[in-house]
Design a protein. Structure first.
Length: 151
């Protein structure tokens, strides 16, 4: 069972919070529950189809997991990526997993499009634009449904 972890400064782990809301059925952004993770639509859609794979259990590093769980998480990431690619037909797919701000294993899956004038740059160069593309819960649910059809 997932429990809420906190950072050294007392802040709750944002990924744990999202995992708990998914487990409770309170997160409209959920695309699917996998054995090791939750697949969700990103809060913003500056890059249409942007999603995340969130490890169900609070773990700081992939290499801290036993090899079978590492492989399972990677397989789930590829299932999510394939579904986004088929649903949105992007020019390229980008993956990011840092955990520097939220030290809980998770991946960002960014579809990139040919008409993006900065398509060859990292998505983070447009980070100041993310908030303007935030979606409502109902919009997230519709995007999740669109992607789910390709799982």
């Amino acid at each position: 069972m997932t429990k809420q972890h906190h950072h050294a400064d007392g802040r709750p782990c944002l990924i744990c919070t999202r995992v708990l809301s998914a487990r409770r059925g309170e997160n409209k952004a959920v695309v699917a529950e996998f054995a090791e993770s939750w697949f969700v639509v990103g809060d913003h859609q500056l890059f249409p189809g942007y999603g995340l794979v969130l490890a169900k259990n609070h773990v700081r590093e992939m290499h801290d997991l036993p090899a079978p769980r590492q492989r399972a998480l990677f397989d789930e990431l590829m299932l999510a990526t394939s579904a986004i690619a088929r649903a949105f037909k992007p020019w390229k797919m980008n993956h990011a997993s840092y955990g520097n701000m939220e030290p809980h294993v998770h991946w960002h899956i960014f579809p990139r499009y040919a008409d993006d004038p900065q398509k060859e740059s990292p998505v983070w160069v447009r980070m100041n634009e993310f908030a303007r593309a935030n979606c409502t819960p109902d919009e997230l649910a519709a995007i999740a449904q669109r992607i789910r059809a390709f799982l």
